[in-house]
Design a binder for this molecule. Structure first.
Ligand code: FFO
Ligand code: GTP
Ligand code: MG
Length: 438
């Protein structure tokens, strides 16, 4: 694992860029205490301080000048976040101070940490599994309380427990089947084979169902408002936001460039996208907007297809995938020109129908998974769970000799989920998404 550079002592600013009351520079690795001794002067040297203590003192320049007043927190391996010796410097939080403190740590022998490298070391040292490391990433990026809660469940092992239960069921069947291979005439009893496998499959299905919700809660969802000119897209965007973000006029073709706005709905960070009304046009600018609208609909997690309920119905403005589309009938405060039970009536003017629309959006995005406990929160975890389910289902349909191979594959996929035996490429891919200092 030398490619991971674990012999090096690493340092980074761990607090967010910009001015803050306090800022943290973190140093981790074999030389952390020596690096700290070289740059910090306090009541005593960090190298002679037991773990779990903090010192008050100053970070000094190479020439002995004071960089800033600082606390130094001393952690001794394995009792630290990374599992290595760690010293944290807590100084005043300006970029000027933090950059100088970091520069001092580098002069004293540390090298700059790569994104996620502290958490990578926690993983390599067995303090976190890969799913927990992903939860740290989700926690750092959490924008809503739901995302925070799911990440915390991942970090504290609630997700790992759900997976461990499935692993124990599969392992039990594998053991029973292997024990019986020498005595084929006996056969494995139902309660040692079909029963636990059916339960494992059920648990995996629930986990997989949570995966889309988990990803949306973590990374957010994009919702595109699509429809003909004057359908009321900009008005509905404003009504959902509760303020006038987008220009509304009676002129068809008001919105040309697309426009994005943020809101939170059922714990999911949502980007609402208002688009140009879809129609054939000779106006080059408007035509560009129309093309953009079609592309935005293609990339959206959910499309709100709006049709004006107060004027005669036209053909759908765009063919959109049924599983990603909600059909909305606008201007429900006006006398209806048509009716269709498959559309949700809303009025941007009176607000009628907005609660039902919000609920429909929630149901489409989160489904039933929103009720379960610990969710899968990354694509990688969802993939591993789907592979495990495939092998469990295959095993259920096969005779004992062949079932063992599928069960072993299922266990491998479950190990991938928690990251027990994954390759370095997978590890690299996970940690690439981190920020420096984490
Ligand atoms: N200043 C600071 N705050 C932070 C972190 C950090 O690294 N530094 N964390 C980083 O994400 C989180 C806390 N995570 C941590 C996890 C374990 C240990 C640790 O030293 N554990 C030892 C000692 C435990 C104890 O004294 O009870 C251990 O487990 O042996 C520290 C931080 C959030 N707040
Ligand atoms: N009565 C009523 N009028 C509405 C409602 N929603 C929109 N309108 C009116 O319909 C017209 C068009 O509304 P917009 O929100 O600009 O429609 P749009 O779909 O964004 O139109 P383009 O940007 O041109 O594609 C405006 O005059 C709005 O005041 C509604 O719920 N009730
Ligand atoms: Mg508009």
């Amino acid at each position: 694992m030398t490619r991971l550079g674990l012999e090096d002592t690493i340092a980074a600013i761990s607090t967010a860029p910009g001015a803050g009351g306090i800022g943290v520079v973190r140093v981790s690795g074999e030389d952390a205490l020596r690096v700290a001794d070289a740059m910090f002067a306090g009541r005593r040297a960090p190298g002679r301080t037991p773990g779990g203590r903090f010192l008050y003192g100053r970070v000094l320049d190479a020439s002995g000048d004071v960089v800033d007043e600082s606390l130094a927190l001393v952690f001794r391996a394995p009792h630290s976040y990374t599992g290595e010796d760690v010293v944290e410097f807590q100084t005043h939080g300006s970029p000027a101070v933090l950059n100088r403190v970091l520069a001092r740590a580098l002069e004293a022998g540390a090298r700059p940490a790569k994104p996620g490298e502290f958490t990578l070391r926690a993983y390599v040292n067995g303090r976190l599994d890969l799913a927990q490391a992903e939860a740290v990433l989700s926690l750092v990026n959490a924008q809503t309380d739901t995302a925070r809660r799911q990440a915390t469940l991942g970090l504290t092992g609630a997700l790992a427990n759900r997976v461990a239960l499935i692993q124990s069921r599969v392992t039990r069947v594998l053991a029973a089947v292997q024990a019986m291979l020498d005595y084929p005439e006996e056969g494995v009893p139902e309660e040692d084979r079909e029963t636990p496998l059916a339960l494992a499959a059920q648990d995996l299905e629930a986990l997989i169902a949570s995966s889309r919700a988990g990803q949306l809660a973590t990374r957010g969802a994009r919702l595109a408002l699509i429809g003909r000119p004057n359908a009321g897209k900009s008005s509905l965007l404003n009504a959902l936001l509760g303020y006038e973000r987008s220009i509304v006029t009676p002129v068809a073709g008001t919105t040309r460039d697309y426009l994005e706005a943020q809101l939170e709905l059922a714990g999911v960070p949502i980007t609402l996208v208002d688009t140009a009304g879809l129609r054939d046009t000779d106006d080059a600018i408007e035509a560009a907007g129309v093309r953009q609208a079609v592309a935005l609909a293609g990339g959206a997690d959910l499309i709100l297809h709006l049709e004006d309920g107060s004027s005669p119905r036209e053909d759908a403005a765009l063919d959109t995938p049924a599983d990603r589309t909600l059909h909305v009938r606008t201007k429900a405060d006006l006398p209806p020109a048509w009716a269709d039970a498959a559309t949700l009536p809303v009025s941007a003017v009176t607000g009628a129908g907005l609660p039902a629309l919000r609920e429909a959006i929630r149901a489409r995005l989160l489904g039933d998974a929103a009720r379960g406990e610990a969710w899968l929160t990354t694509e990688r975890q969802g993939d591993a769970a789907r592979r495990a389910l495939g092998h469990v289902q295959a095993a259920r349909a096969l005779p004992d000799e062949l079932a063992t191979l599928e069960l072993e594959e299922a266990l491998r996929a479950l190990n991938d989920l928690t990251g027990r035996d994954v390759t370095e490429d997978v590890v690299d891919a996970v940690f690439r998404n981190f920020c420096v200092g984490k």
